[in-house]
Design a protein around this ligand. Structure first.
Ligand code: THG
Length: 395
């Protein structure tokens, strides 16, 4: 083998081992911010609602502390909107979620779990009432467009169900409010949690909402014209300079510390809302026209078999990042799984979300089987791990 071939083979080996390309297409769609995220050095993506969702820029710890102490901007266009419009939009919204949406006014949002007819949790959107007869279900990763259209058709409802050209950009962290008020004006400081206003900046139409998938406070800008995505990105990037804004992503470690649920990660094909701490959103008095409500009444009556608890590992273990679905044992008995696992930078140990039998309790010591050879012990704890943003400084 000559030198040239050797290099070629090494390159192929490296390529085969570490480098793949995914071609954006209707199956794995690029967001309107895609080119900007690539130029910023995005290092990994996942797929979410048939769209590429950035998950890291290569510095997990730096991204984490920026979210907890500063401000971070996230391409979350993969949080697609399922739009209900028409005279029966309110009716359809009310039967799609097991939360009571009466009293949701225009300009407000509610976190509203969606179940299927068996009471299995299939999505947990933020429901925005954009107008009297116009709703945006800002969905997690499952196809609610198909589901909502089928329900609307079966019930003969006068409602159009579509996916509009809307792409959220999240600005999260304690300094987010400074950036967003620098862009849109001081009025954004008075927005309450899950309150929003439709506006525009330099001809870019955006709905500005106080919301986001972190407990550090922040906003989401729902861009309503994908052709203007790169302009919006640049605008936010420049307006955020005084507060050292940098690109980030929905943060694995922070969301576990805060106990935020990730549908499809922390839930399986039979998980109901009671098992994953969403029981207080379920109103069992809703009429039986609400999808899944009758099943949930039965489930509640029969007793809920599993529960979500935190699990905490001793501080001397190496950092376990991004590993999940490890089996949990109590002695010899299998009692559940770890559904999400991360190193916690604030608690300085590995933490996880556990889906375990209802017979277990916070304080119980359990065993986690990593593989044939490795097991670790952990302690079950109440969620969330961290209740409020602490302003611990990075050294
Ligand atoms: N924002 C928007 N769309 C989204 C998400 C988001 N779609 C996908 C995903 N996230 C949906 N899942 C959640 C999960 C939790 C919350 C929001 C969306 C959330 N929960 C708070 C909590 O649990 O403490 C508050 C709930 C409440 O006030 O009732 O914010 O983040 N646009």
């Amino acid at each position: 083998m000559n030198q040239g071939d050797l290099h070629k083979n090494i390159y192929l080996f490296v390529a085969k081992t570490f480098m793949y390309t995914v071609n954006p297409s209707p199956r794995v769609r690029a967001s309107p911010y895609y080119d900007a995220t690539v130029a910023e050095g995005v290092s990994s993506f996942t797929s979410y609602n048939q769209m590429l969702l950035p998950t890291s820029y290569g510095d997990p710890e730096g991204e984490y502390w920026r979210l907890v102490n500063g401000v971070s901007m996230w391409d979350v266009a993969a949080q697609r909107q399922v739009q209900l419009s028409g005279t029966d939009a309110t009716h359809l919204a009310h039967i799609l979620t097991v939360r009571d949406l009466t009293g949701l006014s225009v300009g407000r949002a509610k976190y509203a779990p969606i179940c299927n007819h068996s009471g299995t949790l299939i999505n947990d959107p933020v429901v925005n009432r954009v107008d009297e007869n116009l709703y945006w279900f800002s969905i997690a990763d499952s196809n609610i467009l198909l589901f909502a259209r089928a329900i609307a058709a079966e019930r003969n409802l006068k409602v159009e169900v579509t996916e509009p050209d809307v792409s959220p950009l999240a600005i999260q962290g304690p300094k987010a409010v400074n950036v967003v008020s620098a862009i849109f004006g001081e009025w954004v400081r008075n927005l309450r949690h899950f309150e929003f206003r439709n506006t525009s900046i330099e001809g870019i139409p955006v709905l500005v909402s106080r919301s986001g998938w972190s407990k550090q406070g922040g906003f989401e800008l729902y861009l309503q014209d994908s052709s203007k995505g790169l302009r919006l990105w640049k605008f936010v990037r420049e307006a955020g300079q005084p507060w050292d804004i940098k690109p980030g992503t929905p943060n694995h470690s922070e969301r576990i510390e805060s106990g935020l649920l990730s549908i499809g990660t922390d839930t399986d094909d039979s998980t109901n809302p009671f098992e994953v701490r969403l029981g207080h959103y379920v109103n069992l008095d809703l009429p039986k026209s609400v999808i899944g409500i009758s099943a949930l009444r039965r489930i509640k009556q029969n007793g809920v078999k599993r529960q979500q608890l935190g699990i905490r590992f001793s501080a001397d273990l190496p950092r376990l990042l991004n590993r999940n679905w490890f089996e949990i044992r109590n002695g010899k008995e299998r009692v559940g799984h770890i559904t999400s696992l991360s190193f916690s930078y604030r608690l300085e140990c590995n933490i996880g979300l556990a889906l375990v039998k209802s017979t277990l309790h916070p304080g119980d010591e359990v065993t986690i089987r990593i593989d044939e050879k490795n097991s670790h012990s952990g302690t079950l704890v109440n969620l969330p791990f961290v209740r409020k943003a602490r302003s611990k400084q990075q050294s």
